[in-house]
Ligand binder design. Structure first.
Ligand code: ADP
Ligand code: MG
Length: 275
């Protein structure tokens, strides 16, 4: 073997740079640096400004990726925001309070929210929007239904990993428990759920939605003592949202039917006049 054949040519700097940027977890730097370098050369930008632009792009992208990660981790059944929420449709809801809550200061101060109202009035939509706002503001969020959470807790208990699940649930900054009240809970279920509220008390924020007024919560927990203790913790620092009114879906389908009825009438009127 000749000496010259065994000498490997050094890797071009682009290859090494790509490798280092991947190791440093700077994907936007890697994706953008050539384009930005060409731009900087055209505009006569100095090195510091070129680096500054790259660093800013990386930061913006990193923030976006983190928000996306928090949204995925929250396990929302759908991503909804207040942009698509029609406040005029639900006059009982305190709009200024909701917009204030969307700024998420209550999460930092470990306050709770309870949204009460009959079915179809936008409780889930509103708490999804609050959850999304919290993800965008850097808080960890977890979304679940009361029944789903109780199932999870019972399963964890049977599999001897209850403590781990409780620790996870206590650590999340905003826990959203939707649909408390549709199904009565077993005694064990009620106690396990109570423990979650108790562990989160003054340590994290919890949003609960329910179709039942407080007076009827005993029918879910099947114990006056437990319901009292739970309400005591949950309502210590609480914002109450009232969503009472006609179901949004029902109202929309009525409006659609009326529209269809009107256009059918005008169609038949047209047919008569032209015949
Ligand atoms: P709830 O949880 O109170 O039963 P939902 O939030 O599930 O009600 O609302 C039912 C449907 O109507 C959802 O698709 C929701 O997005 C929509 N909806 C309800 N209220 C409003 C509103 N005020 N503006 C826009 N969409 C609404
Ligand atoms: Mg709902």
């Amino acid at each position: 073997m000749t000496a010259s054949a065994s000498v490997a040519s050094p890797a071009p700097p682009q290859v090494l740079l790509a490798h280092h940027l991947r190791q440093l977890k700077l994907p936007t730097f890697l994706r953008e640096y050539e384009k930005l370098a060409a731009e900087a050369a055209r505009e006569g930008l100095d090195h510091v400004r070129f680096l500054l632009r790259l660093a800013e792009l990386e930061l913006i992208d990193r923030e976006r990726r983190m928000v996306e990660r928090r949204i995925r981790a929250a396990r929302f059944p759908a991503v909804k925001s207040f942009d698509t929420f029609d406040f005029a449709a639900i006059p009982s809801l305190n709009k200024p309070l909701v917009l204030e809550l969307a700024r998420c200061e209550y999460v930092a101060t470990h306050e709770n929210i309870i949204a009460l109202g009959n079915s179809g009035t936008g409780k889930t939509h509103a708490c999804l929007a609050l959850g999304l706002a919290a993800c965008q503001r850097g808080f960890t969020v977890s979304f679940t239904t009361a029944v789903g959470l109780v199932h999870q807790l019972m399963e964890a208990r049977d599999e001897k990993r209850l403590l781990k699940l409780q620790a996870q649930l206590a650590a999340v900054k905003l826990l959203i428990i939707d649909e408390l009240g549709y199904v009565p809970l077993s005694q064990t279920g009620a106690e396990l759920l109570f423990e979650i509220f108790s562990q989160r008390h003054e340590r994290g924020s919890t949003i609960v939605t329910s179709n039942l007024p407080f007076e009827e919560w005993t029918s879910v927990f099947q114990s006056q003592r437990l319901t009292g203790a739970l309400l005591d913790r949950l309502t210590h620092h609480v914002h109450i949202l009232e969503l009472n009114g006609e179901s949004y879906r029902l109202k929309q389908s009525k409006a659609r039917r009326q529209r269809d009825g009107r256009s059918a009438k005008s169609e038949s009127a047209k047919t008569i006049s032209t015949s």
